[in-house]
Design a protein around this ligand. Structure first.
Ligand SMILES: *Cc1c(COP(=O)(O)O)cnc(C)c1O
Length: 394
């Protein structure tokens, strides 16, 4: 199936298309420059050089040093490595980890596994906007706390966390601080030194780079175990022949995304404002996440009396691609753990919709969504046994 011209893609938090300039940079590394970066002859060195260049671009985007960047297979691997690697390397010092209840499953399920290995995890609550309180972080610290992991921006509701403050608290208490910044790249300016971040996860396909390629920033001096054992790649910390084309693509994508943050946020904020304003005109509709401290591309609303799944199907029938909570949840009927943590009542949490904007979206797209959605919502409300008489048109 190809995406037709008239379809509207508003699920950029699930993944993004690879940008044309990125594809162009990647292509030679699949054909003529196919050498193994570990080989010492010419085409091997070309690959090695390309990886070094990409590493410098990632380091530059984060305010880090080149030897603090490690390439991985994506956000999930980076999160797993950050948590398991620091937990086991520091288990003689302590066994306590602090995280939040709204993290991505790559963090939450890793924490659950670590609990089964004997670690103890505190899952901090959030306020109704999905915000973690630095005070709560401070209060949760114990003598045996070894790691704090709080995401930079949430993938479902877009709430941007007070990471700089949390980083300061972690530093004062000599505890490692990891942040999942997968959704933040290209939207929130990052400087790992200024924000006191020791470990940071990112993933190429969330900012118009290739899928299956990410990176983990590890501050120099951090005690962390090797994640994959094997060859000497990535300074012996992450074995396996490097995914050269994707690493090159990730480097180009992060360079472009970082250079364009301001301009891109300006455009997205306008679209977001227009979209939220239009959606809230639909009766019994609530905005999820923080009104201002949120990603410029994120809109998440709950419509009372309807099912998000039916909403997605009807949107799809109209050529509009969106998501309930997160892509990982879309095949399960479990309510979103993020919305639940924000206190969205059980009776209405299923009527949630995430529209995440991208560079391809225009005002015309937003207008089209605002034309179609009210009709769909009304149609579903008319069918729903939960709808009160007041909100039926038939
Ligand atoms: C997408 C996402 C991940 C997982 O990244 P993959 O590259 O798909 O494994 C982790 N954390 C957050 C916040 C995400 O949005």
């Amino acid at each position: 199936m190809t995406i037709k011209d008239k379809t509207i893609y508003m699920d950029n938090s699930a993944t993004t298309p690879v940008r044309k300039e990125v594809v162009e940079e990647m292509l030679p590394y699949m054909t003529e420059n196919f050498g193994n970066p570990s080989s010492i002859y010419e085409i091997g060195k070309i690959s090695k050089h390309a990886i070094d260049k990409a590493r410098a671009k990632v380091a530059n985007a984060l305010g880090a040093k080149e030897n603090e960047i490690y390439f991985t297979s994506g956000g999930t691997e980076s999160d797993n490595w950050a948590l398991k690697g620091t937990a086991f390397a520091n288990r003689n010092k302590g066994k306590h980890i602090i995280t939040s209840s709204i993290e991505h499953h790559a963090v939450l399920h890793t924490c659950a596994w670590l609990e089964r290995q004997g670690f103890e995890v505190t899952y901090l609550p959030v306020d109704k906007y999905g915000m973690v309180s630095p005070e709560e972080v401070k209060k949760a610290i114990r003598d045996d706390t070894i790691l704090i992991s709080i995401m930079l921006a949430n993938n479902e509701i877009g709430t941007i966390q007070p990471v700089e403050e949390i980083g300061k608290i972690a530093k004062e208490n000599r505890i490692y601080f990891h942040t999942d910044a997968v959704q933040a790249i290209g939207h929130v300016p990052i400087n790992v030194k200024k924000m006191n971040i020791d470990l940071l996860s990112l993933s190429g396909h969330k900012f118009e780079g290739p899928k299956g390629c990410g990176a983990l920033y590890i501050r120099k001096g951090t005690k962390i175990d090797t994640f994959l054992h094997g060859g000497a790649q990535e300074r012996k910390q992450r074995a396996g022949t490097e995914n050269v084309p994707s690493i090159v693509g990730l480097g180009k994508a992060i360079e472009l995304a970082t250079a364009e943050i301001e301009e891109s946020n300006k455009t997205l904020l306008e679209l977001r404002g227009h979209l939220i304003k239009g959606l809230l005109k639909i009766p019994k509709t609530h905005l999820n996440g923080h009104p201002t401290q949120r990603l410029a591309n994120n809109v998440n609303v709950t419509f009372e009396y309807i099912e998000g799944e039916s909403l997605l199907l009807l949107l799809n029938a109209n050529g509009i691609f969106a998501s309930t909570g997160s892509a990982c949840n879309s095949s399960s009927l479990e309510p979103s753990h993020v919305l639940t943590a924000c206190g969205v009542p059980h009776e209405i949490v299923h009527g949630s919709l995430r529209l995440s904007l991208g560079r391809m979206n225009s005002k015309k797209d937003v207008d089209r969504v605002l034309e179609v959605l009210p009709e769909i919502v009304q149609k579903l409300r008319n069918m729903s046994p939960l709808t009160t008489k007041e909100y039926r048109t038939i």
